[in-house]
Design a protein around this ligand. Structure first.
Ligand code: ACO
Length: 151
């Protein structure tokens, strides 16, 4: 089983996480925007209505209840490879004040194990060049090119 640093707990994302710094943690990744508690509730309801696809996870610091890290596994059911499942790792963030404590590796290890448990044949993710070494330490390899068409 994946190693979680002492004093931290991993669990599925829940509604109250917005009161414990989830959005602040995500701001280490990108702009979050003005997500109200209502908007978050609607989104979480959508995710939780499709639990075989969306696996949003958090790592909580036990002493403060602060959301120290977060990440999502999406499971895509394909037609190819005899209706195989492909895992997508998305929106990984460790709060600025908690980086370098192995929480990033812990969240990736957890999402990776979850994908293998769900019988995904492969897991893919998109990252910047500056994060390649981090993902290599988590077992991932450079594989092809990333492309995007922004609007
Ligand atoms: N470059 C090189 N090595 C790194 C980097 C990096 N950018 N980040 C971590 N490492 C190394 C660490 O030194 C450590 O090495 P060690 O085991 O030899 O000591 C190992 O990787 C594990 O590091 P963690 O302590 O788990 O890293 P951290 O908790 O800081 O998490 C992360 C890394 C997720 C990149 C974090 O810094 C972060 O949230 N950054 C901002 C947001 C971001 O870039 N998220 C990922 C976007 S990609 C996506 O979402 C699919």
């Amino acid at each position: 089983a994946p190693q979680i640093p002492q004093g931290y707990t991993v669990r599925e994302m829940e509604l109250s996480d917005i009161q414990h710094g989830l959005l602040d943690t995500l701001s280490a990744l990108t702009t979050v925007g003005d997500v109200t508690a209502e908007k978050f509730q609607e989104l979480l309801q959508h995710w939780k209505s499709l639990p075989s696809i969306y696996k949003p996870m958090v790592i909580v610091e036990d002493s403060t209840k602060k959301i120290a890290a977060t990440g999502v596994l999406l499971i895509e059911r394909k037609l190819i490879h005899d209706c195989a499942k492909l895992g997508h790792i998305e929106d990984i963030a460790v709060d600025k004040n908690y980086q370098g404590l192995k929480l990033g590796k812990a969240i990736i290890d957890i999402l990776t194990e979850l994908a293998w448990k769900e019988n995904c044949y492969k897991i893919v993710l998109y990252c910047s060049d500056s994060n390649v070494k981090f993902y290599e330490k988590c077992g991932y390899k450079l594989d092809g090119a990333n492309m995007s068409f922004r609007n």
